[in-house]
Design a protein around this ligand. Structure first.
Ligand code: HPA
Length: 282
């Protein structure tokens, strides 16, 4: 459990972020402008990176530790499709007991190091019944049902505005670029992601509700990171791997092993999409 770190003041948090930033700044010649967060079953994408440096999370001052077995915890710096990237293998979830400030710690650190673009991936449950397991969904927009906003509390003006605009949380430009780069294969969807707190999965009634409010996919991550990335002025591309599809009228048990296995099956597609996309970036 993430025990000690849960309760700290904003000024302590700021110092922790700055310490992690200073540590990485002292180790990396030039910090990458592209940051990639790899979700459940997708951490193999980091194997594609020509590695320059690896930082296990425990070597970075104040960095949270991963508690989920399916997630490794390390930051990989290197080249993907010719571009320098920083990829986080293993992320932090609200359901693990972390505050959303802890969940978004890596984003804050990379933003202070000069990141410009965030590529964030996750495994999600499909709510749109035209989706199939293994599809990829470009996130067009989100609905936040995680009951804690990472920006709640005093605002650090140097980090971003008090009331960040989310009218285009997921960059239209980057989505267009992703579609063009990939040639828009039939399994590439575009839809709304809803974040729930988890860790229990949805009931059939909750699934019906989430569809009614306009979501195409449901998961337990991503939204806190995107809120902080937007606060810090980053441009965001979000990709969900549809690991399972939940039909409220024919509801099947959602098994973690199947979710991970399906995410891993789609991993190649995800890697291919991210590589083609990154190659197009200036
Ligand atoms: N619900 C919530 N989170 C998920 C799911 C789901 O069905 N599949 C993968 N992550």
């Amino acid at each position: 459990m993430p025990k000690e770190q849960c309760f700290f003041s904003l000024s302590d948090y700021r110092q922790m972020v700055e310490k992690a930033r200073d540590f990485l700044a002292s180790k990396i010649k030039k910090s990458p402008e592209i940051v990639i967060i790899l979700g459940t079953g997708l951490s193999g994408a980091a194997e594609e990176i020509e590695i320059e440096e690896i930082f296990p999370y425990e070597t970075i001052p104040h960095f949270p530790r991963s508690t989920v077995e399916s997630h490794q915890g390390r930051l990989v710096i290197g080249r993907l499709a010719g571009k320098r990237v920083a990829a986080f293998q293993g992320r932090f979830h609200y359901y693990e007991g972390y505050s959303t400030r802890e969940v978004t710690f890596p984003i804050r650190v990379m933003a202070l190091l000069g990141a410009r673009i965030l590529i964030i991936s996750n495994a999600a449950g499909g709510l749109n019944l035209s989706y199939q397991p293994g599809d990829l969904m470009l996130i067009a927009d989100h609905i936040n049902l995680i009951p804690e906003n990472p920006l709640r509390g005093p605002n650090i003006e140097e980090w971003g505005p008090r009331f960040p605009d989310l009218s285009e949380a997921y960059s239209r430009r980057l989505r267009q670029l992703a579609k063009e780069a990939s040639g828009s294969p039939p399994y590439l969807r575009e839809g709304v992601y809803v974040a729930v707190s988890g860790p229990s999965l949805e009931t059939p009634a909750e699934t019906r509700f989430l569809r009614l409010i306009g979501a195409d996919a449901v998961g337990m991550s991503t939204v806190p990171e995107v809120i902080v990335a937007k606060h810090a002025g980053l441009e965001v591309l979000g990709i969900s791997v549809i690991a399972n599809v939940n039909d409220p009228d024919n509801f099947q048990p959602i098994l973690l092993e199947e979710v991970i296995a399906n995410a891993q099956k789609a991993e190649g597609r995800m890697i291919d999409l991210v590589k083609r996309f990154v190659a197009q970036l200036e």
